[in-house]
Design a protein around this ligand. Structure first.
Ligand SMILES: NC(=O)c1ccc[n+]([C@@H]2O[C@H](COP(=O)([O-])OP(=O)(O)OC[C@H]3O[C@@H](n4cnc5c(N)ncnc54)[C@H](O)[C@@H]3O)[C@@H](O)[C@H]2O)c1
Length: 450
């Protein structure tokens, strides 16, 4: 079986002439995915609860319950409207509460999905693992650096599974990109550039506030948790990403996906140095997190990473990564990965216009002798390949499938606490660099600022 078919890929179409690199080659990725680790019987249900039922929590839980043998039994959230909507979605039998510890006390719940704001991730995850639950925790795994070792230690000492929710590491597309890089498709990697550009109110985190938002319908004290105690503020409650007290800025929100993807594809543990710059350029609505950020990172594996998030890009919203190697480039977009190779000319050419005519003549003769003229069809071949995920493909579903397979088998997940800390820790270097106006050194093996 060739490399393309090995992991469930289907060669659907090819415009290439066999044996040549000319022209585009289009492949579609098969809808079929790897079999679950263990056959799931009807009685073998994993009972789950959702803690933090906002738009992401509800969205991913809808995918989680599509995995065979998974049942949602409880939801915790700080806003009544989201508890009510959870019942609308999943039925009146659903147990709902504002207090997630009531969920952790239940013996019939095997695993929790955490979709709270970032400043609650560590506390809820550690409490859940200590209560014997396996955990799927949304990215970024950490809000503060001190959260990382605490979560790694809790996962180790309790023996619970912790999967971090940067779902791209379970994606067919990212898996294909990893395979392409390892196969030498673009030669020696020297640079990765990744961007996340937005140009809309929702893209800039100004999410809609429900008309009944109040201290009656929202548990403001519980939402605040360890954040500074301030008076009720519906913007902070529903648009928390804009403030550092709850969110981790564009770095924790979006750079983290780009780090997870880069680390998964390259196998790297993270950068050794990072610096960032940016500012609040447009969305001056009281937020304290920048809306434009650029970051530069050095990797000991011999490549540099350049990241960009721009919420004011004045154009089309887009995200993507470009891996540049000695022999080509590899691009990842929403549902595809493509490779483009334009081999270097073996003929070095001549740059001699400023020399005497006699010298130009002599150089030309010497050059033509060494590099006889080629027929046009002997021009270096250009290679282009594109792999597209099937319509409706969901990497979140695959990420949950991986999580629940580990819940059953107790084998490691794709994105454990160490992976999660290495991605989120690297992302937070950017915030630290801006705060300190300095280049920050990071030890990716020991996950420490040095
Ligand atoms: N993986 C991805 O692609 C992706 C995409 C979007 C969001 N996220 C992550 O998901 C998380 C949630 O984001 P969101 O956009 O859904 O936010 P959201 O504001 O829509 O939802 C968060 C919910 O958590 C609830 N909450 C707050 N404190 C709580 C507590 N102590 N106990 C129970 N519930 C609590 C809030 O009431 C709110 O309903 C964030 O960490 C975010 O980074 C990940």
């Amino acid at each position: 079986m060739n490399q393309l078919n090995r992991r469930g890929f289907l060669r659907a179409a090819s415009a290439a002439t066999a044996g040549t690199m000319l022209g585009p080659r289009l492949f579609a990725l098969a809808a079929g995915q790897a079999e679950p680790a263990k056959r799931i019987s009807a009685n073998d249900k994993i009972q789950v609860a959702l803690i933090g039922a906002g738009w992401r929590g509800q969205g991913i839980t809808a995918e989680a319950v599509q995995v065979p043998g998974v049942k949602l039994v409880a939801v915790a959230d700080c806003y009544n409207g989201r508890l009510d909507h959870s019942k609308e979605l999943w039925g009146n039998d659903l147990f709902t509460t504002r207090d997630y510890t009531q969920i952790l006390a239940r013996k019939d719940i095997d695993a929790v999905i955490i979709g709270t704001p970032d400043h609650w991730h560590m506390k809820v995850a550690v409490d859940a693992m200590k209560a014997g639950k396996d955990v799927y925790c949304e990215k970024p795994m950490i809000h503060l650096y001190s959260d990382g070792p605490t979560m790694i230690e809790a996962s180790k000492s309790t023996g619970r599974i912790l999967q971090v929710g940067s779902q791209r590491v379970s994606s067919l597309i990212y898996g294909k990109a990893k395979e392409l890089l390892a196969s030498g498709a673009i030669g020696q990697l020297n640079m990765v550039q990744a961007r996340w550009d937005r140009n809309s109110t929702m893209g800039a985190w100004s999410y809609t506030i429900p008309m009944d938002a109040s201290t009656e319908t929202c548990d403001w004290e519980r939402f605040l948790g360890t954040a500074p105690k301030i008076a009720w503020n519906p913007e902070h409650f529903f648009q928390w990403r804009k403030w550092k007290a709850y969110g981790s800025g564009v770095a924790g929100d979006l750079f983290v996906h780009l780090f997870s993807g880069t680390h998964f594809i390259t196998g790297s543990h993270g950068p050794v140095r990072g610096m960032a710059t940016g500012g609040l350029r447009f969305w001056k609505d009281g937020r304290d997190a920048p809306d434009v950020m650029l970051g530069l990172f050095d990797y000991n594996e011999g490549f540099n990473l350049a990241l960009r998030v721009n919420f004011v890009d004045g154009g089309e919203e887009s995200e993507g990564l470009v891996f540049t190697g000695s022999e080509g480039t590899m691009e990842i977009g929403g549902n595809f990965v493509s490779v483009n190779r334009v081999p270097r000319e073996t003929d070095p050419g001549l740059a001699m216009g400023s020399y005497t005519f006699d010298m130009q003549k002599r150089l030309t003769e010497a050059h033509d002798k060494k590099y006889p003229a080629k027929h046009p069809d002997q021009a270096p071949p250009v290679g282009f390949e594109k792999y597209v995920a099937p319509e409706g493909y969901s990497d979140t579903y695959d990420h949950f499938k991986n999580f629940f397979a580990s819940v059953r088998s107790r084998k490691p997940v794709t994105e454990d606490a160490v992976f999660g800390f290495r991605a989120a820790g690297a992302a937070l270097l950017s915030n630290m660099s801006i705060e300190k106006s300095a280049v920050i050194n990071w030890d990716p093996e020991n996950m420490k600022v040095v």
